[in-house]
Write a protein of this length. Structure first.
Lengths: 392, 392
């Protein structure tokens, strides 16, 4: 059982990234993306008004730049050569000025430097100058998306963490189903399922388990009855009624890694119209599963699903693409989308979730998490998908 | 009882914002900030890879630009004149191209336009060109932070929602305390407190209550015993032990509005050293309360707190500023910080949370939510703050 990314793998990630920089003639870099910083350092922090940065100096040593309140936290948890800190934001001296001075000390200004952004950004009250306005570099190169691309392909350990996530998402989903009775309300069902799954999870895994996010949880997010026709609905604390179709969602963070499990279900009974839409949706998901394999473009999956919808006169009922990559974020590129021509490779982890939306009736969407393999794909989520099992 | 911002107030917000644009010679605007868009439209959505934008055309009409999957959702919930949508991201035609064409239709390119950013941004796999690279405007003016500044001063309704948030945060906190026994673990305590408070909340408030975030919840976030010395610690599922000091956090979203309640507490007993640090922290908070009033600079509160710490030889134990504004986000500007010279005005809502951190012993920090009034300040949170009440 693996519950975290080992130190060794973090070092490997740093090496891969450093090699890529080096082979592009880049001698140092500065990153502000909080997800990428966690990926490269194993240091999980709470993004706020206080800027944080990661940099690699021309001697290839790694640095974290954090607020004072994270200094000892970073030293204790991060896989990093050096930790620097500034007193506070905005502070008497702006943190970007402090960062500029540190970068000069390590001579990043004399180098060709890769930057993933002009500076830190956050909606939480942060304001600051671009680092390129504060410090003149020999040359700066935009490397936005480089670490993100490195994150596309999951390692064996990452896939294990995603599978662990799916296991506990499955439990939360099972408990959600058990608490879902006609007359009960969204929040009560979710509260019980989430608490019971979370506790079972912690008791099973013990102290080695760190969520770095939310432990096992399951919810409806307002997708109850006709309101489920809004794919990105908000919690309504709605009451389940006999004959409603509902769409669930279960997930779980394990060391920050996520999976996604969603099911279209029916409270006690479904009429023939509901069953028909369910079967179309189910078959659309099958079409996607059959199409996923290494070497094909991500867009191909969407093309096949849309062709299936069109053949059945359903194209007007589709409101979003078939799936997205995931890992440290719940949505990541690439996408099963007409405009995404990324070629699939083994180790990519996607949701598969073609949906049909009928005003007045609601949503028909399952979401499963899969990993691309050498020969096709492997299912990571395993909750029953068939119509009969989902009349609850 | 008010549980949402009324339509009329959203229209007033739009008017205030339009007047500010107009008095600066700006004839139209485009906003990408998701929080600001909610503030100006009452439309809550889940930010993802799919860009969203708000714009005002030269005829002063308001527009939302959303993905297809949000189209009917936006029409149903948003206070807006027009809703436009694009099929999907990345899509066969990039959404920014679709947006550019719509902006041209409404003649924003012939005007002086205010922009809060060059384009949409999201870590969730989004990539796109700057709108200014796609469309030539007569003139573009950076209005980043304008809506944020409008959000500094809360209306009576906003303050009522924050007080409603504090009420249910208080219940969650009380339940957290009741479940916190030596030998019990973080997640179990939090699970019970959160579920019970959430259910009481929904049963009390009924269907009018929409969290637009998380309902009542309370947690320790790893701030248990010596680990509490990391102010922004992560959940450890740690066991409470007799004599530990712990730091709690309780909160609740009401229509997206937040409050903050934190308490330093002791499991069964505290020694004289813990009591001493507690009393210093308590007095530092009192120093802040006495200093807060309209007309003083935000920095003044931090100056007074730091002076108090220095007088008592504690300055090395402080790791962050005394507080932050809050509202739709848990941290917003302005800050009680040496570098923040914003003048306080009635209606500003702040956390007050000077902290002391002792390696090996832990954290000493309360956080209370206050609102600046005409004559000084009013407490919004009301959980007991005194030493005797917090030995649990």
């Amino acid at each position: 059982m693996i519950l975290q990314i080992p130190h060794k793998e973090i070092i490997e990630r740093q090496s891969v990234f450093k090699s890529r920089l080096s082979s592009n003639g880049i001698e140092g870099c500065i990153l502000f993306s909080t997800t990428d910083i966690f990926y490269l350092t194993n240091f999980m922090f709470r993004p706020s008004e206080r800027p944080i940065a990661f940099f690699i100096d021309p001697q290839n040593e790694t640095h974290l730049f954090v607020p004072s309140l994270e200094h000892s936290h970073a030293i204790t948890y991060a896989t990093i050569d050096h930790v620097h800190s500034y007193p506070e934001y905005p502070g008497e001296i702006h943190p970007m000025i402090v960062l500029r001075n540190i970068l000069k000390t390590y001579k990043l200004n004399n180098t060709t430097v890769g930057l993933d952004a002009q500076g830190y950004s956050s909606p939480k009250g942060y304001n600051g100058a671009a680092i390129t306005d504060l410090l003149e570099f020999k040359k700066s190169i935009d490397i936005k998306g480089w670490v993100e691309k490195q994150r596309y392909i999951k390692s064996e350990n990452e896939i294990e963490l995603i599978k662990e996530s799916a296991r506990w998402g499955n439990l939360a989903h099972q408990l959600l189903v058990e608490h879902s009775k006609a007359g009960s309300r969204e929040m009560e069902i979710e509260g019980h399922a989430t608490m019971e799954a979370t506790q079972a999870m912690f008791k099973t895994l013990g102290e080695g388990y760190k969520p770095y996010g939310n432990p096992a949880h399951a919810f409806y997010r307002g997708q109850i009855g006709p309101h489920s026709a809004f794919p990105h609905s908000q919690n309504q604390n709605a009451e389940l009624k006999k004959g409603f179709n509902v769409v669930s969602q279960a997930a779980c963070d394990v060391w920050g890694y996520k999976s996604e499990l969603e099911r279209t279900m029916f409270i006690e009974e479904a009429d023939s119209r509901q069953e028909q839409y369910f079967r179309y949706m189910y078959e659309a998901q099958e079409v996607a599963f059959r199409t996923i394999k290494p070497g094909v473009e991500a867009s191909k999956i969407e093309i096949e699903v849309q062709a299936y919808f069109k053949d059945n006169g359903l194209e007007e009922l589709s409101r979003h693409h078939t799936g997205h990559n995931m890992g440290l974020l719940n949505h990541e590129a690439p996408f099963f989308d007409l405009g995404d021509h990324t070629v699939l490779e083994p180790g990519m982890v996607f949701s598969v979730e073609p949906g049909l939306y009928i005003d007045g009736l609601g949503a028909f969407r399952h979401s499963d998490t899969i990993v691309v393999t050498e020969s096709g794909m492997e299912m990571i989520t395993y909750y029953p998908r068939d119509f009969e099992s989902l009349i609850i």
